[in-house]
Write a protein that binds this ligand. Structure first.
Ligand SMILES: [Zn+2]
Length: 1146
């Protein structure tokens, strides 16, 4: 080994030159990392390295120089570009010049095995190391180093592969001067390269143009920066310079500052927060000035404000997405924070540790394309991201398009971050565009049309065509347990293509049962580290959206060879148990098998058989006769297994899933169907839970340090707050000390609230929302006592049963196989380091957790997208369409449904409509502060379904109301008596679903209140309600007494009512009935006035003008009416939230 000294001179930021001496040990054995390596053995095998390898077949390898790596990293990130050799020279320079973001991006490219890109340690290689000559510039020395590297590769690979040096600064002749034998080394700038090799890939060309524009601007800015700051100063924006890193670090250490990931609240986007340390908890950051250029996801350092400036997090529902952007501009930070007793530590951002800027989907600000100049503002689709300033030479082509943009910088003197245009994905609100947007926002990089499997990966696939159908190989069959004579069947939703699991069960005498779970043997087809495997690992999971799915594996596997179809031989991984008559496990066998499924059953069909039917639709009678005993035995057995698990603390939780039914032709949604809970779902789930649990134990035996397990930690105690309060409101107490205690409490609530299913559902949903997120772990990352799955009440758990659609399961299959083979004397499997390496397993688990979460979020976004499409479809007025959609008077058609109030806020509440799984806000308080409710809400709905609302009654708004909220459980609206209907107390409301349309953002659903739904408010429910209602009424009267109604007589009545209500709660309804007469008169009078005055009370209100509620009240008050208090929302029931609860899947 040869020691050499490399001397570098670097210019620092302060323009001083420092001499750096770096000792380098030069070596002869630096590997080329190419699959083409002609050496025997190849050099990467001699020196063990963890790296992907350059491929064998390409026409050229790319070597970018510093000018390209520094400023065009995004182009290098594009997946079209593969086989890139990053030199150590470039990486070291990025590090020394503190370009850590660029450095990380390049590292990321190398890490992705699909990119076939490597880092070559040219500075350590004896043959490629170059010394800087006297008076030579750094740039030139580095360039020489690259040319040496290129020449070395040419020699090393015997001239088999050309090298393209990518540079924006150097030219072909610059190679000549260094290496006279330069055949096979081409120098190209990026434009030349793209034109030659990617002439038709517009995306790459556009991106290059856009990057060049951004660079141009950055250069201009750098030149003029000094003068701008001198003139305007950073104060022009309200932002502050960040504190130096050393001060930030010292501040965090001494607990003067707090560091954390800044998150912006989705429902109130003027507010952000970080989680400080355990002492201080959450720190709120209000307004854009205090956010100080930090963007959602950045790791920031926060300084606390003085206590007098602390605020409470907003409890408003924000009115629309644009509001955020508006708020950011108006800089109204104080208005959005509410000062109450619940103030939280509040701070401001003083520095940023790392940026988490992503590609964002955005839309050009409306009208911006008409403005002169090349700078434009774009509004990100996700309203928690600030507007971004981009440069584009022809904004007209961007109008009404969804585009992808990236942020480059956010100078202190700029109101908005500077970014650049990446590409266009299509017209806004076009279905395919919106789906692409969802995929991009969740980092799912799958092309919609091709599903994006590379040719190489497809070449690895077995052949299965009508001419050459795939058949099981005799040699393989000989190695497997033959279960083709067992009755095996699968139970799935209708039209399931990717059938992961099948079941067999039979009595084998002595009261014993043989029970088998058979899972698609994906690991047989997908070999570790094959291209398909790498692709599947990168994808992590199949992504299911409402109308389409993006597979983790190519279709030939996911729908055909792996899918456990009926009437064909299929390889499986099986777990076979012998159970006693009480379903206790006597023996367990694991191994590879071959099965032949008798039937692809649907849930409904299986449930039919279970319900005692002899024939079910879609299955022939013989098959039914054959399968029925198995289904019945399965149910009988699984009920016992489940009961035992429940007794150990297994939780039954709630989620609200919906399915979309699409019209056969011409698109459109024909219906939204809530998932029908069937017992057979539970039964199949239990069978899978059992298999997963057993496999988890088995692989842990073989891989103590690196078993891929699924872990569900206990919830954080404070997350139960809502659940406890809701239960308390009904006089229940809930013990959350353990999963068993919680399960028992919930069961008790359920048994005592038998005729109140919604309340029970509410509690379960709240319990679900309190759960922590389940995640994959490597067993070595925590103690064995921590593995437990809280929700399922199992000590060991993993994912084994869905290898077609989850990569984790594929890893688990390999680990299981390795365990089984490991037991035999000679170890035949080539079990990789990967499975045994705890650290690597931890990384993979982390990656899969990320992919899993993003896929769930994408799924949720797509559900919401289709829900809005459905509302759009339902409310679209044909008149508006006939007039070219331009008729401003064509009102949307009414679309009314019954919903449950699910969350109470200061200016209204959220309603959950179970029928469609839709949750949306109902505003009782307008943005202007005016509180109003529709007249129809006060009238008895008369019980007629759907017809409860006559005409446009719901448009007649009663203004001058007062509102009281007890966040979480109660909201009450106090209405002036002239408008009175009857007392109403109901958990259900009738709402009209509406759509707030937006160009820049997704349309959002909101609702207007139409009335209270009295259906189902049975006598027993009423009497049960009595206490709660009157107690609440008493409280409200106290709160309001003498405030609004000042006349002595009224005060008296109010006090009287209060006294009566307190003495005998049961009298309250009677009292109110007596009031009805006066009420009806009042109503009549008011309606008359409305008829005279015009269509709509609300429209009569002067806009923005304040109407004194007392005046309004006295002016129209009928003589005979008594003061009444409407407790419209006495009782709150928070039920199924549409929000995806913390992921909790079996
Ligand atoms: Zn080599």
């Amino acid at each position: 080994m040869l020691r050499k000294e490399n001397v570098h001179f670097r210019k620092t930021n302060k323009n001083t030159v420092v001499k750096r001496v770096r000792e380098v040990y030069l070596r002869n054995d630096i590997p080329c990392l190419s699959t083409q390596c002609p050496k025997e053995p190849p050099c990467h095998e001699v020196v063990k390295v963890e790296s992907s390898l350059l491929s064998a077949e390409p026409a050229y390898y790319l070597v970018p120089d510093y000018s390209v790596a520094l400023r065009y990293v995004e182009l290098l990130e594009q997946e079209e570009l593969t086989n890139i050799i990053f030199t150590e020279t470039i990486l070291q320079r990025l590090q020394s010049e503190d370009k850590s973001r660029t450095y990380k991006s390049l590292r990321q490219v190398v890490k992705d095995p699909r990119r076939r890109s490597v880092v070559f340690s040219n500075e350590h290689c004896k043959e490629t190391n170059v010394l800087r000559e006297p008076d030579e510039s750094i740039e030139h020395r580095d360039w020489r180093a690259l040319v040496q590297t290129a020449a070395w590769y040419r020699r090393h690979l015997h001239g088999n592969t050309d090298i393209i040096l990518l540079s924006e600064e150097f030219k072909q002749e610059d190679v000549l001067r260094i290496d006279d034998n330069n055949a096979g080394i081409a120098v190209m700038n990026l434009r030349e390269y793209l034109t030659k090799f990617w002439p038709k890939t517009a995306v790459l060309h556009e991106l290059l143009t856009s990057l060049k524009e951004a660079i141009l601007e950055e250069d201009l800015e750098n030149k003029s920066q000094g003068s701008i700051i001198a003139k305007k100063g950073p104060s022009g924006t309200g932002y502050q310079e960040y504190k130096p890193l050393s001060e930030l670090e010292a501040g965090v250490k001494s607990e003067r500052f707090f560091q954390g990931v800044m998150r912006v609240r989705a429902n109130h986007r003027d507010q952000a927060f970080i989680r400080g340390d355990s002492n201080i908890g959450e720190i709120v950051i209000v307004g854009s000035d205090h956010r100080n250029r930090a963007v959602h996801g950045d790791v920031v350092v926060v300084e606390l404000l003085t206590k007098s400036s602390w605020v409470a997090p907003s409890t408003h529902i924000s009115y629309n997405p644009e509001e955020v952007h508006a708020a950011a501009e108006d800089d109204e930070q104080s208005s959005s924070g509410v000062r109450t007793s619940e103030v939280k530590p509040t701070g401001r951002v003083v520095g940023i540790m790392s940026r988490n800027w992503q590609p964002y989907v955005a839309t050009l600000q409306e009208g911006s394309e008409k403005e002169a100049g090349s700078f434009h503002l774009v509004l990100p689709l996700n309203p928690i991201i600030p507007k971004i300033r981009i440069r584009h030479h022809d904004a007209k082509v961007l109008a009404n398009q969804r585009i992808v943009v990236r942020i480059d910088s956010w100078p202190v003197n700029s109101q908005y971050p500077n970014g650049h245009y990446v590409r266009s994905i299509g017209p806004a609100h076009d279905l395919d565009t919106e789906i692409s947007a969802i995929l991009i926002e969740h980092g799912i990089s799958v092309s919609q049309t091709t599903q994006g499997f590379s040719e190489g990966s497809l070449k690895e696939m077995p052949i299965n065509t009508p001419e050459r159908p795939w058949v099981a190989e005799p040699t393989e069959l000989a190695k497997r347990r033959d279960l083709r004579n067992h009755i095996v069947f699968s139970i799935d939703p209708p039209n399931c293509q990717d059938i992961d699991d099948a079941i067999s069960i039979k009595e084998i005498g002595n009261g014993q049962i043989e029970f088998g779970v058979h899972i698609a043997d994906v690991s047989y087809f997908v070999k570790e580290n094959s291209l398909t495997d790498l692709e599947a690992r990168a994808r992590g999971t199949t992504v299911y959206l409402s109308d389409r799915r993006f597979d983790m594996l190519p279709k030939v596997l996911s729908e055909q060879l792996c899918s456990l179809r009926h009437h064909v031989d299929r390889y499986a991984m099986s777990v076979m148990w012998t159970l006693d008559s009480e379903a206790n496990v006597l023996t367990a066998w694991y191994g590879r098998s071959v099965i032949r499924s008798a039937c692809e059953m649907e849930y409904e069909q299986a449930q039919g058989l279970l319900n005692g039917k002899d024939v079910v639709p879609g299955l022939d009678a013989t098959l039914c006769k054959q399968l029925k005993p198995s289904v019945v035995l399965l149910a009988k057995t699984m009920r016992k297994v489940r009961a035992r698990r429940m007794a150990k603390g297994g939780l039954e939780l709630e989620s609200s899933e919906v399915k979309f039914k699409f019209k056969e032709e011409g698109g459109g949604i024909s219906d939204i169907l809530p998932k029908q809970p069937l017992e057979v779902h539970q039964i199949i789930e239990e069978a899978m839970v059992m298999a997963n649990g057993y496999v988890a134990q088995r692989i842990y035996q073989g891989f103590r340090e690196s078993a891929m397990l699924r872990h569900h930690p206990p919830p954080i105690e404070s997350h139960f707050k809502m659940l406890l309060r809701a239960a308390e409101s009904r006089g229940f107490s809930i013990d959350t000390s353990s999963n068993l205690a919680l399960a028992n409490s919930l069961r008790e609530c359920a048994s005592k609230s038998e005729n109140d299913i919604e309340f029970v559902k509410l509690l379960k949903t709240m319990a679900t929302m309190a759960m922590s997120e389940a995640s994959y772990i490597s067993s070595g990352s925590m103690g064995v006592d921590k593995y437990a799955h809280y929700g399922l009440a199992l000590d060991f758990y993993t994912h084994f049963t869905s290898p077609i659609r989850r990569y984790a399961d594929l890893v688990v299959h390999r680990q299981l196989m390795s365990c089984l083979l490991g037991a035999t004397p000679q170890k035949t499997d080539n079990s990789s380091d990967f499975l045994k390496n705890g650290l690597k397993m931890e990384q993979v688990a982390g990656h899969l957790n990320y992919k899993n979460r993003e896929s769930k979020l994408a799924q949720k976004d797509s559900t919401e997208l289709f829900q809005t499409l459905y509302v759009l479809q339902k409310t679209r007025n044909p008149a508006a369409i006939e007039n070219g959609g331009n008729d401003p008077d064509a009102e949307d058609l009414p679309f009314t449904e019954t919903g449950i109030v699910s969350e109470i806020r200061e200016n209204g509440f959220f309603v959950f409509v179970p029928r469609f799984g839709i949750k949306g806000p109902v505003y009782l308080k307008e943005k202007s502060g005016e509180i109003s409710i529709p007249l129809s809400a006060l009238k008895q709905s008369g019980g007629s379904e759907g017809g409860g609302v006559a005409g446009n009654d719901h448009l007649v708004m009663i203004s001058g109301c007062e509102m009281d909220t007890d966040l979480m459980t109660q909201i009450s609206v106090k209405v002036p008596p002239h408008a009175l209907g009857s007392h109403a107390s109901s958990p259900n409301v009738k709402v009209a679903l509406r759509l707030k349309k937006s160009l820049a953002h997704r349309h959002t659903i909101y609702m207007t209140l139409i009335g209270l739904d009295h259906q189902g408010t049975t006598a027993s429910a009423d009497s049960k309600l009595g206490l709660g209602v009157s107690a609440a009424r008493g409280r409200h009267m106290k709160g309001h007494s003498g405030r609004l109604f000042t006349k002595a007589g009224e005060q008296l009545k109010q006090d009287e009512l209060k006294r009566i209500a307190q003495q005998d709660p049961s009298l309250a309804p009677i009292l109110q009935r007596d009031l009805i007469q006066g009420i009806q008169e009042g109503q009549h009078k008011q309606q008359e006035q409305q008829k005279k005055g015009g269509k709509n009370v609300r429209k009569q209100q002067p806009k923005g003008g304040y109407v004194d509620p007392e005046e309004a009240y006295y002016q129209s008050r009928p003589e005979s009416s008594l003061y009444n208090l409407i407790e419209s929302f006495d009782r709150f029931r928070i039920v199924e939230s549409n929000e995806s609860p913390a992921s909790f899947s079996s």
